[in-house]
Design a protein around this ligand. Structure first.
Ligand code: NAD
Length: 450
């Protein structure tokens, strides 16, 4: 079947109203969970082959992320899907008004390679919860996970509603040519622009989950041990290939040494003396990306790490101090295990630094100062924030996930995902009773009638 035929068949199925049924939706969600649990060992193996992901990390950030998402969604689905009553003003009386969430139809889900399971199944949970069909295109760069998903999804999910298409740019381009009802893309902003242009042809709404340079400000009041531990986990998990990982640090000159010392200690505790031998430290997706990352090491002073092996796709957890601000390290999204530290005079200069750049996907601050927390929250625009932590907002299912400006369009996770893939239809229901005469022509003395 060609892709147009798959979409046509999904449309017919969608119009049969099967996918609108809440029982169907719940069964499919249960099946996603069953699939992930039954094939956990194969999933962990595929992730290990694709990214050298440690099992526990894969379990936390991919497997249990998805099963937790399913549980949360099933628990709330009935409430989310219910019509929501709103007030009806006098002009529309007698009548009742409500918002009806309705499925949109067929959604194209295009995943990225860094969390290759989570980034297609978490959107799928939201797409199914909203009562839609889906064509899934996993990232070809994580080829083992892509193949596994293409094998197991048809064994568990309704084949008339969910199809996996494997492939790369050619297949993506052909899919993007079709008239989907929504496109959900996760990946870099350059391809995000290609997706949006393709969607414009059919006026298809898009959700673009993109990246960017997520800053971290560390104030002198921060607890250094806890800051370094949380930072090291969020930065070097998945070898830094996390869209919401800290990209660079802003801090005071005299904080650099204590911070580097604390990071050294935490990294040693996490990955030992030689992270290349550690079973807890992952790999870069491929040699090309490894080379890209090593080309960033020509700016600033390497104060920690710096070793790498292209053939092993390995880069040691690395900290660079005082990089040139016009270097690639400071102008491109790093998306790897290199952490630059930029010295700033004070909190105001840190804010200014962030405000002069693209709106990031996340913005983090470590401080005990309540005024700083308040100002960061109010003045720094970002997809999401953590105060005194990194990444962990993503563990809260009721917090919407998504970027702003160049870091993305649209949000998902929990109710926001359900709504993202629903159309919130407005309905006014009226009985056959006489209306206020002012509404109808001829329009004369209309003010007197009020
Ligand atoms: P990728 O190379 O896997 O590409 C993503 C998808 O786009 C794939 O399915 C791929 O086949 C398709 N694609 C690639 N080039 C294409 C083209 N020219 N035309 C049509 N389709 C094409 O992933 P990537 O872009 O390298 O992912 C890394 C980026 O994704 C980083 O910027 C990261 O921050 C971002 N990211 C964002 C999130 C988020 O949720 N916001 C999550 C993960 C990654």
């Amino acid at each position: 079947m060609n892709y147009q035929d798959i979409l046509d068949q999904q449309r017919r199925y969608f119009h049969s109203n099967v996918t609108r049924d809440l029982n169907w939706r719940t069964t499919q969600l249960q099946q996603i969970k069953a699939m992930v649990i039954n094939h956990e060992a194969e999933i962990l193996h595929a992730l290990e082959k694709d990214l050298g992901k440690p099992e526990q990390e894969s379990w936390i950030t991919e497997v249990s992320y998805v099963t937790g998402d399913v549980d949360h969604t099933i628990k709330h689905l009935k409430k989310w899907a219910k019509p929501r009553k709103v007030k009806t003003p006098v002009v529309a009386q007698p009548g009742s008004s409500y918002i009806v969430p309705e499925p949109v139809g067929s959604v194209l889900i295009m995943g990225a390679w860094n969390y290759p399971l989570q980034l297609v199944l978490a959107p799928l949970v939201a797409v199914i919860a909203a009562g839609n069909c889906a064509i899934i295109k996993p990232s070809e760069m994580a080829e083992n996970t892509s193949r596994l998903l293409a094998t197991i999804i048809p064994l568990y999910l309704d084949k008339q509603a969910v199809t996996v298409v494997e492939g790369g740019i050619e297949e993506s381009t052909q899919l993007l040519d079709l008239n989907f009802d929504h496109i959900m893309y996760t990946g870099n902003g350059n391809v995000g622009r290609i997706v949006m242009c393709a969607a414009a042809k059919h006026l298809t709404p898009v959700t673009l989950e993109l990246g960017g340079k997520s800053p971290v400000y560390i104030d002198q009041s921060a607890n250094m041990k806890i800051t370094a531990q949380r930072l090291a986990w969020g930065k070097w998990m998945n070898a830094g290939q996390t869209c919401i990982a800290p990209d660079y640090i802003l801090t005071h000159k005299y904080m650099v040494k204590p911070l580097v010392d604390a990071l050294t200690k935490e990294l040693k505790a996490m990955y030992g003396d030689n992270p290349q031998l550690s079973k807890s430290y992952g790999r870069i997706i491929n040699p090309r990306h490894t080379e890209r990352l090593t080309s960033y090491l020509d700016s600033g002073e390497i104060v920690l790490g710096g070793n790498y092996s292209i053939e092993d796709c390995y880069i040691e957890p690395t900290v660079v101090v005082n990089p040139e601000l016009d270097s690639k390290l400071m102008t491109e999204e790093i998306f790897g295990p290199i952490l630059p530290i930029v010295c700033v005079e004070d909190f105001a200069s840190a804010k200014q630094f962030v405000l002069e750049r693209d709106k990031p996907l996340s913005a983090y601050i470590f401080t005990k100062d309540n005024e700083q927390k308040q100002q960061w929250q109010q003045e720094i625009s970002a997809g999401s924030q953590c105060i005194n932590d990194v990444v962990m907002f993503n563990a809260v299912p009721d917090l919407p996930f998504g970027g702003t400006g160049p870091s993305g369009i649209g949000q998902y996770s929990g109710k926001s995902g359900f709504e993202n893939f629903s159309h919130l239809k407005s309905v006014l229901k009226r009985p056959f009773m006489a209306d206020l005469p002012v509404r109808f022509a001829p329009y004369k003395d209309w003010k007197l009638n009020f």
